[in-house]
Design a protein around this ligand. Sequence first.
Ligand code: FPP
Length: 247
Amino acid sequence: MQSEAPTSSPRHVAIIMDGNGRWAEARGLPRTAGHRAGVERVREAVRTAGEAGIEYLTLFAFSSENWRRPEQEVSDLMGLLRFFVRKDLAELHRENVRVKVIGCRQNIQPDIRALLTDAENRTRENTGITLVIAFNYGARDELVRAARKLVEDVQSGVLDAAAIDEAAVSGRVDTAGIPDPDVVIRTSGEQRLSNFLLWQAAYSEFVFLPCLWPDFDRAAFHEALVEYAGRERRFGVVSAPCIAVGS
Ligand code: FPP
């Protein structure tokens, strides 16, 4: 879905939560300690975003490439996700948060798939902020899956190939129905998209912060929002100069 008119307050913020490992290593701790500290910041970020009137918060929790990490780290991350969904779901639900998960649901542990689906189902009718968890997510994989759906719909006669347009693609990516992110924030000083929301971030602003994700507190979130508010978004259009009548 295309972003609407530029506003200084973002409707949709997407975050690449980077730097957990470095945060832990700097303290002589195992990487898992960094991920655990990162989960605390996830809780805080959801609240801060809600208070700031943000409607959608997308968090890159686990990429389709992260499976290549050491087995122990992957297992620890899965444990943290299970813990987060089990422990925090009731509270998120009470706080009227709607949970949506994007990413490939195949090849993930069945209990995690069930937990994520249950979180979506239980919070479906909530009207507060939508927390979009990108899990087993990779943008290229998402686009491949969308392309397959397009082909299936053409073959079944639902869609005319000549009618495929941007809306047809937007309606088949995992974020269908969700506005494009106004801003993508990445912590840890790295300045790249790492296969995150490649389709949706076409006109997003990017804010790269030096702080590591476990240090991303309310103040850092507000700093990112202030930086975003100072950006001029043109969506490819040249803003009309002020020309006096008769000049
Ligand atoms: C990047 O840090 C972070 C991740 C790969 C995982 C992010 C996960 C969490 C914050 C916890 C789980 C999330 C939820 C929603 C429960 P890194 O390990 O790549 O850090 P490094 O670049 O310093 O090594």
